[in-house]
Design a protein around this ligand. Structure first.
Ligand code: NAD
Length: 465
């Protein structure tokens, strides 16, 4: 077996070695067995969804239970059901055409499990972002080691409990810990490593994986822009953006990060979107989520301080409540401000203005490639042209965030926002090896093409080349 793990800390090495051993003894699983695993998981999630909401609420110091049901439990349940219903179709070998010269042989692509895969998850949707990759890795027939974020310890404990209740430890296991454990984890010789988190840590994870030539999927973040065309009704755009932006208080990888608006419309847009926010969260009560930790809270406040000091206008409705910062719009922003340089990952929404659409597209293209791009325009041709002229992980026309909720669409980034994708078929493929298999027939013509070469081969090659 390749790649010794003897140098690793026991807490990381032991569960990995156990799985690798189990894999070498039993690398094959049927569709029926995989479906049983998924069904067991589904039942656990349905029976324990309240505990998931309570754990995440405690970890955040205030996370709406409805948001947890909507954006974690529902997405996971839908993901399991969708995967289960397509499993046989995805597992079936794909027949391929055979070049006439090689006939009557046959060709097929078999999707084979990779072996032992690692899943590293962030804190912002600590349940969904650990469980959805788990579902797809299991569906593809792998054994899975999960490393959740240290910032959501109650959820991590619950994940560990869930995995122990649903699977033997040589099939699925959870390893908890902070960056040091993360560093050791990402150095394990996995057959695939699936990481969701920041671009900065993603770089370290990829470096660690490169030492083992472990392939990675990196689901990262970035500044996802919203571009609004002059002709689009402002109120309507504001309503849709408000819902996506302040879900989880903006702590969403595909949250609208900044808005590009035709010049002169910024005040009207700020008024409209903050009015929407006020309707949704009149008191910053239970429906509004807190910033996950004191460190992250301070970072949001520092972003605002920096922007104010450099001449921005900060507009907020209402007062902060503990770590709950009210929905905030920032006007008159510039590139010198940190909030226009880093992913915001909180409830602050800066507005940039443009005069020509081309100028707005150039602004987007001058920044690293975003995870998502949102464009508001009822003119389909113009929308297609914006899609063609920008490169982003995914895109939504006339709304935000929702591409993530559709299991039939692949989800992932490009450039600095990530490598690879998952959800649906693409998730199954991410965790599978696509093996080319050539089935030779009893009688094969290629037997004629071997030395000693003579005039016959020249005759054939002259006609083929
Ligand atoms: P993070 O990169 O800090 O942490 C992610 C995981 O990496 C955690 O499990 C953490 O313990 C581990 N880790 C931390 N330091 C490490 C190190 N030095 N070596 C190895 N592992 C280490 O990310 P986060 O703050 O938890 O999450 C926020 C980021 O994740 C944002 O940038 C957001 O956009 C991104 N994100 C992306 C998606 C997506 O699907 N593309 C989804 C959610 C969040």
């Amino acid at each position: 077996m390749p790649d010794s793990t003897s140098d690793f800390p026991e807490s990381v090495r032991a569960p990995f070695d156990l799985m690798r051993q189990a894999w070498s003894e039993s690398p094959v699983s049927t569709a029926k067995e995989r479906k049983q695993s998924l069904t067991g998981l589904l039942k656990w999630v349905q029976a324990n969804e309240k505990r998931v909401a309570v754990a995440i609420d405690a970890d955040f110091g205030g996370r709406s239970h409805h948001e947890t049901r909507l954006a974690e439990v529902m997405i996971v349940v839908n993901g399991i059901k969708h995967t289960r219903s397509h499993l046989e179709e995805w597992m079936a070998p794909q027949r391929r055409e055979v070049w006439w010269m090689l006939e009557p042989a046959q060709g097929a692509v078999q999707r084979q499990p990779l072996g032992v895969v690692g899943v590293m998850a962030p804190w912002n949707y600590p349940f969904q972002l650990a469980v959805l990759p788990l579902v797809q890795a299991l569906a593809a027939g792998n054994r899975v080691l999960i490393k959740p974020s240290e910032l959501t310890p109650q959820t991590s404990d619950l994940l560990a409990e869930m995995c122990a209740a649903c699977f033997p430890p040589d099939q699925v296991s959870v390893i908890t810990g902070g960056p040091e454990v993360g560093a050791a984890f990402s150095s394990l010789p996995f057959d695939h490593l699936f990481f969701t988190g920041s671009t900065q840590v993603g770089r370290l994870v990829m470096q660690a994986a490169a030492k083992n030539l472990t392939p990675v999927t990196l689901e990262l973040g970035g500044k996802s822009p919203v571009l609004i065309h002059d002709s689009y009704p402002l109120e309507k755009a504001a309503g849709r953006i408000a819902t996506g932006k302040w879900l989880n208080a903006g702590q969403t990888c595909v949250a609208p990060d900044y808005v590009l608006l035709p010049k002169g419309k910024e005040q009207a847009f700020a008024d409209a979107i903050l009015a929407q926010a006020e309707k949704m969260y009149p008191t910053l009560g239970d429906d509004y989520t807190a910033i996950v930790s004191e460190r992250h809270h301070k970072r949001q406040l520092a972003l605002l301080e920096d922007a104010r000091a450099k001449g921005a206008t900060v507009i907020q409705k209402g007062e902060s409540k503990g770590r709950k910062i009210p929905p905030t719009v920032v006007l008159n922003v510039s590139d010198e401000m940190t909030l226009m340089q880093e992913e915001i990952f909180g409830p602050i929404l800066p507005i940039e203005v443009y005069e020509e659409l081309d100028q707005a597209i150039a602004r987007i293209n001058s920044r690293p490639r975003p995870l998502a791009l949102y464009y508001f325009d009822h003119r389909g041709k113009r929308a297609e042209s914006v899609l063609q002229r920008t490169v982003s992980g995914g895109a939504v026309i006339n709304d935000v965030v929702l591409h993530l909720a559709n299991e039939e669409l692949p989800f992932g980034g490009v450039g600095h926002s990530g490598i690879g994708s998952y959800h649906g078929l693409e998730g199954f493929q991410t965790f599978s090896h696509e093996k080319a298999v050539f089935y030779q027939s009893r009688f094969a013509l290629n037997g004629l093409f071997k030395p000693p070469y003579g005039s016959f081969i020249n005759f054939v090659l002259d006609r083929l080349i």
